[in-house]
Design a protein around this ligand. Structure first.
Ligand code: AQP
Length: 337
């Protein structure tokens, strides 16, 4: 990923502080963010305002923010080289989301897959924040006038909406926002649950044996991988429609080793699923060793985390202020300063 232009392109993306990062968050998102920090001006958010769209405990949210920042840094997001910010500390995200909401058709939000899925999960506590989530996400991206948004495949629909809203704002008022491009990795973009490989790996999965956390101890990772659901065949072959479990494990192996599916198939031709799963466990344990060690170091250093978030949030605020004064002018809001 080269960025040879003199002015660095801007990357913006984020994750919710709703618990430990899992392998899907890592391979689909955070690992790739770390690879971008040398070549881009990066804004990586901890989006706590999104995290309150489902039932939560305030004290846990605070703890999760620290924990998320420690995990970000452990995954290679060096706060000296990128801006790690806390969404609620940067004023403007909610303001822009209101303005974008006023040009966003209600039907577009009701069609969002994530909303439909989460609405089913949280039937008794369904709030309008959950429906409005993609507008806040569009605001998070457009407020930095980002060029590129690295995300997992599950966020594709939200990025499409972001692009539509940017276009609509530009057409309604005058050209203001760049139309951001999604960056979705070739491997790891959609890691599935090890226990139900037809659903994506997720923090809120009721069967936690299907979710590998980046801070899980090696014995836990191995146990979960060895008990991953496969099929009655015994051939290591990539075919997500009939061999979802094995294909998911192959995807995990490919994302860590950069091997092609054909190379993995050749390597395990004639071998059983036990050997293959054991090799996947080795690759995952080895691939996460450094992250786990750094996490242990950073997670106990509260002041390091606080100074990283303060520095990043202040830099974010400076960029947001410029963009918001432009937006306010365009929509006809007054400023008596
Ligand atoms: N399974 C996945 N495979 C690949 N990428 C994934 N991402 C999430 N799940 C997968 C990507 O991780 C980034 C951060 O997303 P998030 O903070 O919105 O995480 P999430 O979607 O809330 O994660 P969960 O586990 O699915 O949470 P719950 O269970 O609470 O709904 C994004 O770039 C996302 O694409």
């Amino acid at each position: 990923m080269e960025n040879s232009t003199e002015q660095k392109k801007v990357v913006m993306t984020a994750a919710q502080p709703t618990g430990k990062l899992h392998l899907g968050n890592y391979l689909g998102a955070v690992k790739n963010w770390g690879e971008m920090i040398e070549n881009y001006e990066c804004y990586f958010g901890i989006v706590d305002m999104h995290a309150i769209t489902v039932p939560y405990v305030p004290a846990d949210l605070k703890r999760n923010v620290y924990d998320c920042a420690a995990q970000y840094m452990a995954c290679g997001l060096n706060p000296e080289k990128c801006n790690l910010f806390l969404q609620s500390m940067v004023k403007g995200h909610a303001d822009l989301s209101w303005i974008l909401g006023c040009i966003c058709p209600l039907g577009a939000l009701e069609r969002m897959t994530q909303y439909k899925d989460k609405a089913k999960k949280h039937k008794e506590a369904l709030n309008s924040g959950l429906l409005y989530y993609p507008v806040l996400m569009a605001s998070d991206i457009l407020i930095y006038n980002a060029d590129l948004v690295p995300v997992g495949e599950d966020q594709k629909q939200h990025i499409e909406l972001t692009r539509d809203l940017a276009q609509k704002f530009n057409n309604t008022y005058s050209p203001t926002f760049k139309i951001p491009e999604p960056y979705i990795p070739k491997t790891g973009a959609r890691i599935m649950s090890l226990q139900s490989p037809e659903s994506k790996m997720s923090k809120s999965d009721t069967n936690q044996n299907g979710t590998l956390y980046i801070t899980d101890e090696p014995n836990v990772l191995r146990k979960k991988i060895m008990s991953a659901v496969t099929d009655s065949d015994s051939c290591v072959r990539f075919d997500p429609s009939t061999k979802a479990g094995i294909s998911n494990l192959m995807g995990i192996m490919a994302a860590f080793t950069k091997k092609t599916y054909a190379e993995i198939e050749n390597e395990f031709a004639g071998k059983g699923y036990g050997d293959f799963k054991s090799a996947v466990a080795d690759v995952v344990i080895e691939g996460l060793a450094d992250v786990r060690a750094k996490y242990k170091e950073f997670s106990t250093d509260k002041s390091l985390i606080e100074s990283a978030l303060k520095k990043g949030s202040m830099a974010a605020q400076r960029r947001v202020n410029k963009m918001m004064s432009k937006v306010y002018r365009k929509v006809g809001f007054m400023n008596f300063e």
